[in-house]
Ligand binder design. Structure first.
Ligand SMILES: NC(=O)c1ccc[n+]([C@@H]2O[C@H](COP(=O)([O-])OP(=O)(O)OC[C@H]3O[C@@H](n4cnc5c(N)ncnc54)[C@H](OP(=O)(O)O)[C@@H]3O)[C@@H](O)[C@H]2O)c1
Length: 657
């Protein structure tokens, strides 16, 4: 779709640079500064103009992209709408709510699309933060601090006049405002506001509007947010464009409400009583480009439903800015016109696990998060406390927890799942495993119901045989972690008089039938098998009624087990890789460091990415917070087939623990 760019300054070049990746083309450029118009037009092989009316009557482009100076936006938009053009405008839509409302009405009456920057609710870090909210983790948000430190425009902008004229609110302030309105809906009142004229004495060019503004905003849906917008606070300010939201159950921090790119530590969450933990991205995400918003608007035009949604929000944001100025001048509270703006639906968890029809029925299998967290206490021959690391993992955003009665800490996981700041139950995939001393039907039922009670949940998302072979039962395994180590081992590794393991005469076929009874009673949504070979899996598939949804096996580069992985995938069975990192010497393999260098990944991260690239869910365990976060973030990387082959070639057929 053809566009006419009006305004050919620095921001216009940013918009133009993204054109190639869109279906849009630049049909003309208009700027009152002919030299600028000519330069941008020349780069894009399009005609140029210095007069808007002439440009509109000469160029038949359906969309006008308004990239003029702040104060000129409204007039240019009005002229373009009057010429029946769809308009995408740089922020702000206008400098007063009344004018913004008129533009909105004009677009509505003519059935034209009207959009306004910023598009920051679509930014990758902003969407990641929105998902923390969607997950219900901070609980009801009552308080927020938003900063928009535009900095000394006379230092960093080659043409600061337009900024100095309008002040920091209508430029930087609209970033947090747009995001907050998208998340929480309209601002009801500006409770109080105040302004300062702070500016360095030595500086000749001074803002004509106040250089610093503080306001308390009450959102209709509940939160009260203190907004600071400043030209005086410089870019190096630690707060910059930071946003901190405090809820009943936890706090959310977003570093950069206006950021268009993403970084691992942009989003942090801290539940009540704990420090902030980084919430890394878990799937590949790319930066947003300025032109993306114009493309989205053009798509609504092409679909015959020209959108005015961002303009409605933009009009409300302008009304908030006006109300802040009013409250600063005349005292608050000042009621704000809402323009019918509503909060946007919060984005779906792109890692939200789901189970279809209770069992794996198609080739893709059940949806699982790309990476899970191992909750075993066992570590190099010792037992370690895992409560803190599991809490960190949940705060970082792990949504698959690998538990087992053998690990003896289900009650700890249960405490964390029910504590304030925990994700909603539906957002977490709880995988449980019955130990091999409990393969008889009555023992398995007792084990499953006991584990569920400890976890505080009604049903597992998957309940699996920990091992296919049965051992003798010596008693229930509830809260193993609280028993002396010798007692734990006597119960879990039953020995006969000769000191050998005492097995039990329960076939895999029978154990699976007993597991199916757990499923039939609604105690688990799916079933799984751990540590099975392909022939054992074939037995389950041939003799069972409920198909396994998950197979959990030891898998790492020394033992890739690609044949078994393919066998499972061909049958819609998801593979979970246990012990992905702990094979002795693995993390020192030079090939992992070499591949990791290009992606800025540690060797552990490369092993995790190697699993994700094969659609296998690794469940690394860690007690080091930085590892917990970086392991989860590794899920955003996909390795090339060549890199996967290089790692596969570490395979060691003689590998044994
Ligand atoms: N089904 C089964 O039979 C079975 C058997 C074994 C394990 N599992 C499951 O698999 C999970 C993981 O297996 P695992 O316990 O053997 O652990 P693992 O994940 O293979 O390895 C854990 C070790 O790797 C280190 N580590 C983790 N991230 C690292 C990083 N980014 N850089 C460097 N080192 C890192 C950890 O140290 P730090 O703590 O310092 O990070 C720890 O020493 C278990 O918790 C359990 O849930 C299942």
């Amino acid at each position: 779709m053809d566009c006419l760019f009006v305004g050919a300054g620095a921001i216009a070049s940013e918009y133009a640079s993204g054109l190639e990746s869109t279906s849009l083309s630049l049909a003309g450029v208009c700027d009152i500064d002919g030299e600028r118009a000519k330069n941008l037009a020349a780069e894009n092989d399009s005609p140029w103009f210095t007069d808007l009316e002439t440009a509109l009557s000469t160029v038949d482009a359906p969309i006008v992209v308004n990239l003029t100076t702040h104060a000129a936006h409204a007039e240019v938009t009005r002229t373009a709408l009057a010429a029946d053009r769809h308009v995408y405008s740089q922020k702000p839509l206008a400098l007063d709510g009344e004018t913004a409302g008129q533009l909105l009405s004009m677009a509505r009456e003519r059935n034209l699309a009207l959009g306004v920057a910023p598009e920051n609710p679509q930014g990758p870090s902003q969407r990641r933060a929105a998902r923390v909210l969607a997950d219900g983790r901070p609980g009801p948000v009552q308080l927020g601090y938003a900063h928009a430190h535009v900095g000394r425009v006379t230092d960093w902008h080659d043409r600061p006049d337009s900024f100095l004229e309008i002040g920091p609110l209508y430029d930087g302030g609209v970033y947090p405002l747009t995001l907050l309105v998208s998340w929480f809906g309209p601002v009801e009142t500006v409770r109080v506001a105040d302004t300062l004229d702070s500016w360095p004495e030595r500086e000749q060019r001074r803002p004509s509007a106040p250089s610093h503004i503080e306001a308390m905003l009450a959102f209709e849906s509940g939160p009260t947010v203190r907004l600071t917008a400043s030209f005086y606070a410089p870019h190096r300010s630690r707060e910059f464009y930071g946003l901190e939201l405090h809820g009943d159950d936890g706090s959310l921090y977003l570093d950069g409400t206006g950021a268009m790119e993403t970084a691992v530590d942009h989003v942090q969450f801290g539940r009540v009583g704990r420090e902030y933990t980084t919430v890394p991205p878990q799937s590949p995400s790319s930066s947003i480009e300025y032109i993306d918003a114009v493309q989205r608007l053009a798509d609504t035009v092409a679909a015959g439903a020209p959108s005015r949604e961002s303009a409605r929000r933009g009009a409300h944001v302008v009304a908030v800015c006006n109300a802040i100025e009013d409250a600063a001048a005349n005292g608050g509270p000042v009621t704000v016109r809402d323009f019918g703006v509503a909060r946007d639906p919060l984005p779906d968890q792109d890692v939200r696990p789901s189970v279809r029809d209770g069992q794996a029925t198609d080739r893709d299998g059940i949806d699982l998060p790309p990476i899970g967290f191992g909750c075993s206490r066992y570590r190099d021959g010792e037992y370690v406390e895992r409560r803190d690391s599991i809490a960190t993992a949940m705060d970082a955003g792990y949504r698959l927890l690998d538990s087992a009665e053998l690990y003896g800490n289900e009650h700890r996981i249960g405490e964390l799942l029910s504590a304030p700041g925990a994700p909603d139950r539906e957002a977490v995939f709880v995988l449980g495993k019955v130990w091999r001393t409990n393969h008889r039907r009555e023992h398995m039922f007792e084990a499953a119901t006991g584990s569920l009670a400890e976890l505080g949940i009604d049903a597992f998302d998957c309940y699996a045989l920990h091992w296919p072979e049965a051992w003798a039962h010596r008693g229930p395994l509830t809260r193993l972690a609280e028993l002396p180590v010798e007692r734990q081992e006597a119960l879990t590794f039953p020995e006969n008089d000769d000191g050998d393991i005492e097995t039990d005469d329960i076939s895999l076929e029978t154990a699976w039938k007993n597991l199916e009874a757990i499923h039939d009673r609604g105690l688990s949504r799916t079933l799984g098998a751990s540590n099975v070979t392909q022939p054992q899996l074939e037995t389950i598939l041939e003799t069972g009624t409920v198909r396994p949804a998950i197979v959990q096996i030891e898998r790492h580069p020394y033992q890739p087990r690609n044949d078994l992985v393919s066998f499972c995938h061909e049958r819609g069975i998801r593979v979970v890789a246990h012990s992905p990192l702990s094979a002795p010497g693995l993390l020192d393999e030079p090939v992992l460091a070499e591949i990791g260098e290009q992606y800025d990944l540690s060797p552990a991260g490369v092993v995790i990415a190697w699993n994700v690239s094969r659609n296998v869910v690794a469940i690394p365990s860690s007690t080091t917070p930085a590892h917990i976060v970086s392991n989860l973030a590794a899920g955003t990387h996909r390795l090339s087939p060549d890199e996967i082959d290089r790692i596969d070639s570490l395979r060691d057929p003689g590998f044994e623990r």
